[in-house]
Design a protein around this ligand. Sequence first.
Ligand code: NAD
Ligand code: MG
Length: 390
Amino acid sequence: MKRRVSIFGATGSIGCNTVDLIQRAPDDYDVVALSGGRNVQKLAEQARALRPEIAVTAYEDCLAPLREALAGSGIEVAAGETALRDMAERPADWIMSAIVGAAGLSPGLKALEQGTTLALANKESLVTAGALLKSTAAASGATILPVDSEHSAVFQALAGEKLSAVERVIITASGGAFRDWPIGNLANATLAEASSHPNWEMGQRITIDSATMFNKALELIETHEFFDIAPDKIEALVHPESLVHALVGYRDGALMTHVGPHDMRHAIGYALHWPIRAHLPVERLDLAEIGQLTFQKPDEARYPALAQARWVMEEGGLAGAVFNGAKERALDGFISGQIGFLDMAAVVADVIEIMSGEGLGLAAITLETVKDADHSARARADEAITRRQR
Ligand code: NAD
Ligand code: MG
């Protein structure tokens, strides 16, 4: 029987890799729905190739061009936030959540309410509303599978083991674009420099988040939320070759690790075929050729985001929504040239300082409280950006 699949964020980096895997076995899947943003031509091209029931753009002003691009195809079109939520209600066996940012939360939640299997690339939804995602999945019987490469690696290294035997979880980090830069040069790092990853290509936002290590900060929180591991058992480790994705340390001293090429089709394919290990079109590593793998302790002065992640995990509640909202605005501020590279972490620190006295850890987590916390954090970040504007 064909599996019914939908892809949120189909036109992005994760989305395109997911489409690639599905296109290799077209007879195995019925594609129900695809979503994208402003890249209407790409979405239309994917829709013509995969023949979903519906293609949805996140933006109302992109509806007319999408309709035109799909004219005569018989594929429905829709636009906007409500259309994205409606798309999540269409019955599917497997849904990829690969929208970037907090915008991925609401459609992801709707998908979980349907009891589907959700492949979660959108780490921001776990960071902002982990408890809500997990309780929604528990209530409907839905399964959440990790797609972030480190979390897929942890998931695989945990298979068949008891969580109670876990002593520590180590997720690796490439170190991003400025790993080898003198710290004194970071203040003047340009957008183009921050947008180029040393090891692979991803969406621009996550690439800049790799340079600041905001991405790793989100991933520490994601590890805590996804696997229910205590914050003091979770570490980040710089590993410039990016081939060891994560390690799980057990109480007998063993470290179980996952080593694989840096190709997101591995983690996506693992989630697509889970619990089966299917053949995947990824490179087979030649370790003799690679020769050596190196590791370094991350420099917390260079990457203040890591300490901020520890604050989020200790505080709990709405702290993740505040951290992520402030981070997203700080990133917008850097991308638009309002603030410099180091100002991003400083803006987030300002927001944390202002909001940390507001009882975030005690607040109930609902879609509304998360949206409110996200909104307030963005407003505070805007004020901090104005103060720091150059
Ligand atoms: P991307 O920027 O390449 O693509 C994002 C997708 O989301 C696009 O389809 C875009 O049209 C859509 N989108 C953007 N803003 C939207 C909005 N407001 N509402 C609805 N849709 C919107 O991003 P990406 O690199 O593919 O990352 C997607 C998610 O996967 C992120 O959460 C990222 O952290 C995570 N992730 C990515 C990688 C990677 O290798 N790229 C690895 C691990 C995790
Ligand atoms: Mg990752």
